[in-house]
Each structure stands twice: as structure tokens, then as C-alpha cells.
Ligand binder design. Structure first.
Ligand code: FES
Ligand code: FES
Length: 156
């Protein structure tokens, strides 16, 4: 059984007929948003993290039909005019990318975190805790924290 849904993906309005059993992860990958990775498929690794109405969410555990009327952001939609987003660039500057499989999911969690806490004093433990839903099998956690800290400390 299918259902027509309307959603906004990385700023673009999309209308699509989806199987009501399809996960948002599979929908996004089928539509070409391949930054969204499948790791565990059961809500434990965070590789599939996207922002749904600004909230980091495991797309593997979220039915595509639930996204009807919502705004979805994935890592390929970040940045503009051919430039990486501040968070994406900070990951590169901090050397926070190894194999990169976890990186798009981490970047979306970091993006939501930075947008929420910009300019605030946030300790490393809080940053670590707020990224606890994302796992990195290359264990590159420290540099990710450094990248997030750098974004929070931007002077604008
Ligand atoms: S693939 Fe979704 S949490 Fe692991
Ligand atoms: S960089 Fe390899 S899984 Fe995180």
C-alpha cells in the first residue's frame, strides 16, 4: 500500500508516493541522498542521522510516511554556493574524518547542536553527551569534539 506525502528535503519541496512500510532512510537513499548511511539499521549507531524539523533523528527508525509535512536536512544540503558549511569545514580543519562512514550523521548532530548553542559556554562533556547517539568505529571522537568547540567559539 502506498501513500502520497509532501516533504521538504534540503529546501526542496518533494511530493512522492511511498510504500507505507518504507523507512525514511531507504526513501532518502532511493532519492539520491546517499550521505545518509545505513550502519546498524536498528537505531544504535547514528550513521543515518538526519534533521527532522531541526531534531537529529535516526532515519532507519522513522517511517517515510511520518515525514509528511516535515522539513528534512541531510549533509549534502549543508553549505551553499559550492562552499562547505561551517560544521563540515570544522570537521576537516580538526581532522575529524577517518573512514568517513559515520561523518554525515555526526555532522547533522553537530549542526543541530551548534545552531542551538552558538556563542554559549559549553563544556566538552556536554558536547560528548549530546553526540552519544552517534558511534564512530574509527573512534575519532576527540577531534569531533574539537570541531564542535571551534564552531561554538566563532566570533561573528
Ligand atoms: S543505521 Fe540508523 S541508527 Fe544505525
Ligand atoms: S570515521 Fe570511520 S566510522 Fe567514524
Amino acid at each position: 500500500m502506498t501513500k502520497e506525502i509532501n516533504l521538504r528535503i534540503n529546501g526542496e519541496e518533494v511530493t512522492i508516493d511511498v510504500d507505507i512500510r518504507l523507512s525514511l532512510l531507504d526513501l532518502l537513499r532511493d532519492e539520491g541522498y546517499t550521505s545518509v548511511k545505513q550502519g546498524c539499521g536498528v537505531g544504535e549507531c547514528g550513521a543515518c542521522t538526519v534533521l527532522i524539523d531541526q531534531v537529529p533523528t535516526d532515519a532507519c527508525m522513522y517511517l517515510a510516511v511520518w515525514a509528511d509535512g516535515k522539513e528534512i536536512r541531510t549533509s549534502e544540503g549543508e553549505g551553499s554556493e559550492g562552499k562547505l558549511s561551517r560544521v563540515q569545514q570544522a570537521y576537516i580543519d580538526a581532522g575529524a574524518v577517518q573512514c568517513g562512514y559515520c561523518t554525515p550523521g555526526f555532522i547533522m548532530t553537530s549542526t543541530a547542536f551548534v545552531e542551538k548553542h552558538k556563542g554559549e559556554e559549553v563544556d566538552r562533556e556536554t558536547i560528548r553527551r549530546e553526540h552519544a547517539g552517534n558511534l564512530c568505529r574509527c573512534t575519532g571522537y576527540e577531534t569531533i569534539i574539537c570541531a564542535v568547540e571551534a564552531c561554538l567559539n566563532d566570533k561573528e
